[in-house]
Design a protein around this ligand. Sequence first.
Ligand code: FES
Ligand SMILES: [Fe+2]
Length: 396
Amino acid sequence: MTLLENAAAKQSIRSRPVGNTPTIKNLGSTTDKVLNFPLNAWYVAAWDYEITRNPIARTIAGRPLAIYRTEDGKAVALADACWHRLAPLSMGKPVGRDGIQCPYHGIVYNSAGRCISMPAQETINPSATVPSFPIVERYRYAWVWIGDATLADPAKIPDMHQLDDPEWVGDGLTIGVNCNYQLVLDNLMDLTHEEFVHSSSIGQDELSESDFVVTHDDTTVTVTRWMLNIDAPPFWRKNMRDKFPDFEGKVDRWQIITFEAPSTICIDVGVAKAGTGAPEGDRSQGVNGFVMNTISPQNDRSCHYFWAFMRNYRLESQLITTQLRDGVSKVFKEDEDMLEAQQAAIDANPDYEFYSLNIDGGGMWVRRLIERMLEAEGRPASAQPEHAHRAPKAAR
Ligand code: FES
Ligand SMILES: [Fe+2]
């Protein structure tokens, strides 16, 4: 069966009964609502342009950091608490080629976190250091490693190459979301929510009516969904007309969601004129974007959600870049509102459990891979307060 026939066959399966797929049978019906975060992982701490010679404060994976750049342009991440009396170094100022001075009593640290000057002392106490964390700039982001530094291999940075590949162009922003990072991952792994949360832009009935395929390996999960011969929702109709000004008619639409553990999700999205071969790989009659998402836990109830929308057509148009960034930003504000409301409801109802539907197949594998990472670190999987007791299920 060709991919097109396969997709068409799936498209013909309308409104499958929930809980009726092998994926869910394998995964079980309940799970931890909110997850702890692995420490042995690269997390984005900042966009490259945010890091200057003057330090900024940012908390990543529970660790407050002072992040700055040396005169040579190298990014530095130090613990944001001075050795002496724990004043935040992010309030300090640059000194010399790579140093930073504590704002309180003037101790100066170099980029390795070692004290190189103590204004009120003649000799420097050799124990006067602050932790320095591995930090690597790649794909327009600065990635930091909070866990065991001996494991911090830059080869493990997730693939987000569209962000600085000359064949792609686009822009993005950061959203501070007051929810556990896992809820954002759930949101991105199941895009049927577009039909309800984003009904005025990218939502359409076919999202929840079409079937999808979930695959995974030890570090990635992929969810593939094709919707054939459908009307393009407003966002995609506009994008098609940016490339094909006279466009009318039906489209084939795709969403190929790829998760890379623990918290990066890149989504290959697009539409093409119906029946022109997009499912077989010919996307020349369509428009293609990549929604680049990477979520850095701040603590167990908030996260930094870094996103960008990249496209591979009309590369010359700054207007389209700005329109797409602003359009997606409005769409993601709808997610932010939903996610924060969901987290508030989770915390207000500690006795209630999550139940999983077939639409959660991708998200369940994401949770499973993260739980394996936490298990390897000897850390608990759940970020739910332990005092929550279980109510009888009949109470729901
Ligand atoms: S708290 Fe930093 S020098 Fe005193
Ligand atoms: Fe959304």
